[in-house]
Design a protein around this ligand. Structure first.
Ligand code: AP5
Length: 213
């Protein structure tokens, strides 16, 4: 099962990827997570990506295409994968088609999470995650069962993303509108695109997605 999650920053791609991973037992390939890991390592890619990400812009296509092509070839993707954050430009979408063709693979479904832009800033500014296992939470919408204790690993340290501030979010939304939203028709034309109401509660959004399988 090869899936693609599409939607603006804060739409809930990462949140729903967690549920899909557990359901289908396939990995989430989040290019944002890969880049944040490269930044934390201080690799050449990370040094280049850091400035771009903090400005809310996009890392060059060539780098991202190479990164995802290598990742899809890894053993844990043999049963399938969930793309989250890639493709983000027309060039990336076209490169993905070529890449999948060469590997004799195809996307089974493209899930477009549709949300009102006004809700996104609140979602992003309130987001945080466990510093130990990266489980995601929100100040208002997704709190741990025990205050300040991670539900998944019991960790007590949490962190917020550097690009989750009001100014960078505005820039990320603009980048999405200009460079990523135009790829949606690419997937609409062949009937694989499923539009999901991302304004419902987290569990309901997940149920609606799974109802399409
Ligand atoms: P990336 O990490 O991909 O960030 P993004 O696309 O901006 O997406 P987010 O992670 O912010 O949002 P999400 O949809 O996953 O929302 P979430 O589920 O967390 O990319 C970061 C940067 O890396 C980019 O800006 C770019 O610079 C670079 N980059 C990455 N990929 C690239 C590529 N391919 N090419 C070039 N550059 C690239 O939800 C948000 C919050 O809302 C959470 O707290 C959650 O609890 C809450 N929430 C979720 N669903 C609901 C709901 N239904 N109701 C209420 N709250 C909800």
């Amino acid at each position: 099962m090869n899936l693609l999650l599409l939607g603006p920053p804060g739409a809930g791609k990462g949140t729903q990827a967690q549920r899909l991973m557990a359901h289908f037992e396939i990995p989430q390939l989040s290019t944002g997570e890969m880049l944040r890991a490269a930044v934390a390592e201080g690799s050449d890619l990370g040094k280049q990506a850091k400035i771009i990400m903090e400005a809310g812009e996009l890392v060059p296509d060539g780098l991202m295409i190479g990164l995802i092509s290598a990742r899809i070839g890894q053993a844990d993707c043999a049963k399938g994968f969930i793309l989250d954050g890639f493709p983000r430009t027309t060039a990336q979408a076209e490169a993905l088609d070529v890449m999948l063709d060469k590997k004799k693979l195809a996307l089974d479904k493209v899930i477009h999470i549709v949300v009102d832009e006004e809700a996104l800033i609140e979602r992003i500014i309130g987001r945080y995650s466990c510093a130990n296992c990266a489980a995601g939470y929100h100040d208002q919408f997704q709190q741990p069962i025990c205050k300040d204790v991670c539900d998944q690993c019991g960790g007590e340290n949490f962190s917020r993303r550097k690009d989750d501030n009001r100014e960078t979010v505005q820039s990320r939304l603009k980048t999405y509108r200009e460079q990523t939203a135009p790829i949606i028709p690419h997937y609409e034309s062949d009937g694989r695109l499923v539009a999901i109401d991302g304004m419902a509660e987290i569990v309901s959004v997940g149920d609606e997605i799974l109802a399409h399988f």
